[in-house]
Design a protein around this ligand. Sequence first.
Ligand SMILES: O=C(O)c1ccccc1N[C@@H]1O[C@H](COP(=O)(O)O)[C@@H](O)[C@H]1O
Length: 215
Amino acid sequence: MPSNVNVKICGVKTPADIAAAVEAGARYVGFNFFARSPRSVSVEDAAALAAEVPEGICKVALVVDPTDAALDALLARLPIDMIQLHGSETPARVTEIKARHGLPVMKAVGVADADDLQKLDAYLKVADQILVDAKPPKDAVLPGGNGLAFDWRLIAGRRWPVPWMLAGGLTAENVGEGIAMTGARQVDVASAVESTPGVKDAALIRAFCAAALAD
Ligand SMILES: O=C(O)c1ccccc1N[C@@H]1O[C@H](COP(=O)(O)O)[C@@H](O)[C@H]1O
């Protein structure tokens, strides 16, 4: 029986990463355009990679506080299905980006405590999806992709009116518990499916997807 959980593999950089994700059952692949990330790809490389993604798999562009010019340049080259905003974009900026580009937007919200969930509520009317991620540590170089989980009890039993993904420190070992505790129907992973930062590992992708899709 097909699983009712969707998996996103974020930070794919090679055709082999895409093949591993798709064969393992992922429904989303993420291209990371945050230059300081070990997972970042150039627009040119991502355009070539996007051609490898089968029809029906959602191609997500992960960007952090993008300018209009940067998004214009990216979307002119790349057939993207969804924009993931992973910076400090306000609800008004999310609305602006959606209107300008006509693409679904997933807004990432970092969660460390109950106050962050109030901030999340402000995006429910403007974003198409919410990515509920761990809040990065103050001194972190990356605003996401740090392999850190948040306290899932904070969102246990929460229901939101838009689709959402659980992210942050998910691994093959803990994703089943994360799904069970939070009721997530979608999960997103970057670092736990890598052998070293920025290098995806097909066996780890398979193990993660098998665990997430076992539900
Ligand atoms: O992965 C990155 O390098 C990254 C950089 C900047 C913003 C977001 C980033 N990743 C996103 O964070 C989640 C969680 O990552 P992890 O599994 O804890 O490593 C990831 O799935 C991306 O959507």
